[in-house]
Ligand binder design. Structure first.
Ligand code: NOJ
Length: 563
């Protein structure tokens, strides 16, 4: 293992943390989170051990989709600060050894974006072709909208010109015509601008929709016959503008089965997205937790594409800012998860997911939570946390839709959870109430509690960072007799780790064999005191408590790492 390699493809063992400036910390007391507040909390994030922040959209926006309805891709919503504040934030963050990626919305804009205002003003507008129009009456597309509770299809008639425009998301979010070279160029210029401001890459929103058939079929005059050329061009642009060991990344949202994700990495060429979220594994983790049977996880990990270039990487996660979408599972599997983790209708969304955070799903069971986060960090790939997960925040179901999981960060037991000094009515969203409210769940208390989830996740960040086997290695499932246990091994350039997770509340003894190692090889526990040795049969037996988890490094004499 060469430690230097881990600094080159930095994202391969990064710890990513997603937050929304609006709900993180309000420094000026107007009720809304801002860059000045976020900058104050960079040291907290550094102490936690995250190495890359992903900022949700902070651009000027009517915020009818939490900022994913962008009105000005170059701007900063004045409620959060200005470009000066962004630059200061990036400088402080870089100084603490943390990188910054930002959401890049390439599929659509707000209907208030000047491009759309001009586009809809007349069929002859030079911006008309920035969006996708049809003159005929669209067929029934109710099965294609992403928000079936609000929209009845993906085409909306525009009064002024009498034509319909395409929108896969809300009707106030018209889809860009990504077949138009002017649109592609405009997106590149946006990337160029933010790279110049110092960001380290992008979380690219809704990627498959930006390469969708509706756009392509209707826009043949642009000869846009290879949609992935667009993604390839964006990556090429990124490489030209940022290279070397600080190279920028594109972390794409592609909620598709593994085999379909291959193309979005760029296949053998690896010349499209640098990273993709592993939605399938995420959904199978929840299935496995619901069943207390680890086999769905093993199956998902085994189905990951092999042979991708080393530069490609999967991002793993438990929860994010959206609903826990279960759309890659079949109906019965989805129902099992609903029954285990969100039986009430108010917990479910769009018939395909749960608008909940993890702790209330598992009734706040600290052992189960700690196991779940240990599993997240132990999965092959780069872990992504959503703000508040580290302290065990819950959701607020009285809020509409996905807002339930987007409440203000809970810093302390003080007013508004320490998020803002303003009157509660001025906050973008109320602070969680009840057992997960700030009087019970907050960062200040968690820092002082040696047994807190915060301390656990801090330790996981540290051990994950010193174990590139996890981010870089290849995975093997270890055969053992208990279906409730996931036993896997991560191997990278001669170094390896054995990871054990018990998904059930019952203790279990896990016996396994590592046939390529020799008798007496030591397995050192990285999370708690202890070690064991392989016997003459190259076997070991490890005790796991209910929801127990162990990270065991296979000790090698020549490995200089501290254990
Ligand atoms: C995916 C984002 O994660 C989600 O929050 C948003 O509503 C849609 N894309 C539309 O931008």
């Amino acid at each position: 293992m060469r430690i230097a390699d881990t600094a080159d493809l930095w994202y391969k063992n990064a710890v990513v943390y997603c937050l929304d400036v609006e709900t993180f910390l309000d420094a000026d007391g107007d009720g809304v989170g801002d860059f000045a507040g976020l900058t104050q909390r960079v040291d907290y994030l550094a102490e936690l051990g995250v190495t890359c922040l992903w900022l949700m959209p902070f651009y000027p926006s009517p915020r009818r989709d939490d900022g994913y309805d962008v009105q000005d891709m170059y701007g900063v919503d004045p409620r959060y600060g200005d470009h000066g504040d962004v630059v200061e934030f990036i400088r402080v963050t870089h100084d603490r050894g943390i990188r910054v990626i930002i959401d890049l919305v390439i599929n659509h804009t707000s209907d208030r974006h000047p491009w759309f205002r001009r586009a809809r003003s007349s069929k002859d507008s030079p911006y008309r072709d920035f969006y996708v129009w049809r003159a005929d009456t669209p067929p029934d597309t109710s099965d294609q909208t992403m928000f079936p509770d609000v929209e009845d299809g993906i085409w909306t008639r525009d009064e002024k010109t009498g034509e319909h425009y395409l929108h896969h998301f809300f009707r106030h979010q018209p889809d860009l015509n990504t077949a138009n070279p002017q649109v592609r160029e405009a997106i590149e210029r946006t990337m160029g601008f933010w790279l110049q401001m110092g960001v380290d890459g992008f979380r690219v929103d809704a990627v498959p929709f930006a390469l969708n058939e509706n756009t392509i079929d209707l826009q043949q005059h642009h000869a846009f016959d290879e949609p992935h050329d667009y993604l390839r061009a964006l990556r090429g642009f990124l490489q030209r503008r940022s290279s070397g060991n600080g190279a920028g990344i594109m972390l794409g949202e592609v909620n598709l089965p593994h085999e379909e994700q291959v193309e979005f990495f760029g296949g053998d060429g690896g010349d499209q997205l640098t990273m993709q979220f592993d939605f399938l594994t995420n959904q199978k983790v929840f299935l496995a937790m619901a069943r207390q049977d680890a086999r769905p996880i093993a199956e998902a990990l085994r189905s990951r594409p092999t042979g991708l270039p080393e530069t490609c990487q999967y991002a793993t996660f438990l929860r994010n800012h959206d609903e826990l979408t279960l759309d890659l599972l079949d109906t019965d599997e989805r129902e099992e998860i609903f029954a285990a983790f969100g039986p009430a209708e108010e917990m479910q969304l769009f018939g395909r997911g749960l608008r909940r955070r993890l702790p209330p799903m598992v009734d706040g069971d600290p052992r189960r939570l700690k196991m779940a986060y240990s599993l997240l960090f132990a999965l092959p790939g780069t872990p992504v946390l959503f703000y508040g997960e580290e302290i065990g925040m819950g959701e607020e179901l009285s809020l509409e839709g996905r807002a339930a999981v987007r409440t203000p960060m809970q810093w302390s037991a003080e007013k508004n959870g320490g998020f803002s000094a303003a009157r509660p009515s001025r906050l973008p969203r109320p602070v969680v109430e009840g057992p997960y409210g700030p009087e019970h769940v907050n960062a200040a208390d968690a820092r002082r509690d040696a047994g807190s989830l915060l301390q656990h996740i801090t330790r996981l960040c540290q051990r994950y960072r010193e174990s590139p086997e996890l981010g870089w290695g290849t995975m093997e499932i270890i055969e053992q007799p208990h279906q409730q246990v996931l036993a896997h091994r991560m191997v990278w350039r001669g170094s390896s780790m054995v990871l054990l997770h018990n998904l059930s509340p019952e203790p279990v003894v896990v016996g396994f064999e590592l046939e390529d190692l020799s008798e007496g090889t030591e397995l050192v526990d990285l999370l708690q005191p202890g070690a064991c040795r392989l016997d003459a049969g190259r076997r070991s037996e490890i005790d796991l408590e209910g929801y127990g988890h162990r990270w065991l490094r296979v000790r090698r004499q020549e490995d200089p790492r501290l254990v």
